[in-house]
Ligand binder design. Structure first.
Ligand SMILES: NCc1ccc(-c2ccccc2)nc1
Length: 244
């Protein structure tokens, strides 16, 4: 997969040189290219923003600069364009999987009050353009959201996760734990500062372990994510105290 990222803060993406993503880049599984938007601003100050039409606070990113940048990066290709915004469609595990199947993604990182809307309109005429939100809070720009999405997408690519960490058991991946949050996890020692590991996990009885883990995941989902718990099959909750 090829990933292009355009931003006025390319240094935000240094973390993509390390860990899972860094190794995937070394292996050639991922081809990540980060671009400095200001390279396409031609005035002496390399201006990328201006005051908003209609008035109001803050600044808006100029369409001309973004147009030249995206034209250069895209050429005659057709990447899927992702624009992180507070007002976008929710980023979910399902969307992460959908994007992990794409051969080429282009992330446009806005700053200030955002990118002139005509940029998304212009490229929607020839590319798939998605405005995507990673949550209902406002950041100072799209860069951190891109880091979140690249990690969630990258770990789903073949060969990125070692055998030890399978994405299959993810709480939101298809399967028996789908739509449940993760339950508690434990490792050695069996007793730590008087806290014992739940005995079932030391029993070696895989069926009981699986049932206990699902039960714990359901309890935690009901407690922490009631909106997810309401979506679970009624049978899932029949033996769990809905109020917990
Ligand atoms: N969904 C989180 C999110 C994503 C992007 C932005 C953002 C803020 C300023 C300018 C451009 C994008 N804020 C929040």
């Amino acid at each position: 997969m090829r990933l292009d990222i355009i931003s006025i803060f390319p240094e935000y993406f240094a973390p993509l040189d390390v860990s899972l993503i860094g190794k995937a880049r070394e292996r050639g599984t991922l081809d990540v290219r980060v671009h400095q938007l200001r390279d396409w601003a031609h005035d002496v100050h390399k201006t990328v923003d201006d005051t908003p039409y209609g008035g109001g606070p803050g600044m808006v990113m100029k369409p001309e600069v973004w147009g030249e940048a995206i034209d250069t990066v895209v050429g005659d290709g057709s990447p899927r364009m992702i624009v992180p915004t507070p007002s976008g469609r929710p980023f979910t595990q399902e969307l992460a999987q959908e994007l992990a199947d794409e051969p080429w993604l282009l992330f446009a990182c806005g700053r200030y009050e955002g990118i002139d809307s005509r940029v998304m309109d212009e490229y929607a005429t020839r590319l798939r353009v998605d405005e995507v939100s990673i949550g209902d809070y406002v950041l100072a720009g799209g860069e951190v959201a891109v880091l979140v999405m690249v990690e969630a997408i990258g770990r789903l690519l073949p060969g990125v996760l070692g055998n030890a960490q399978s994405a299959v058991d993810d709480s939101f991946a298809p399967g028996s734990m789908q739509n449940l949050v993760e339950g508690p996890v434990y490792t050695k020692p069996p007793v730590w500062r008087g806290h014992e590991v739940p005995p079932v996990l030391l029993s070696g009885h895989h069926g009981n372990v699986a049932r206990w883990r699902r039960d714990q995941a359901i309890r935690r989902t009901v407690r922490n994510r009631p909106e997810l718990a309401r979506e679970l099959d009624p049978g899932t909750l029949d033996k769990h105290d809905r109020k917990l």
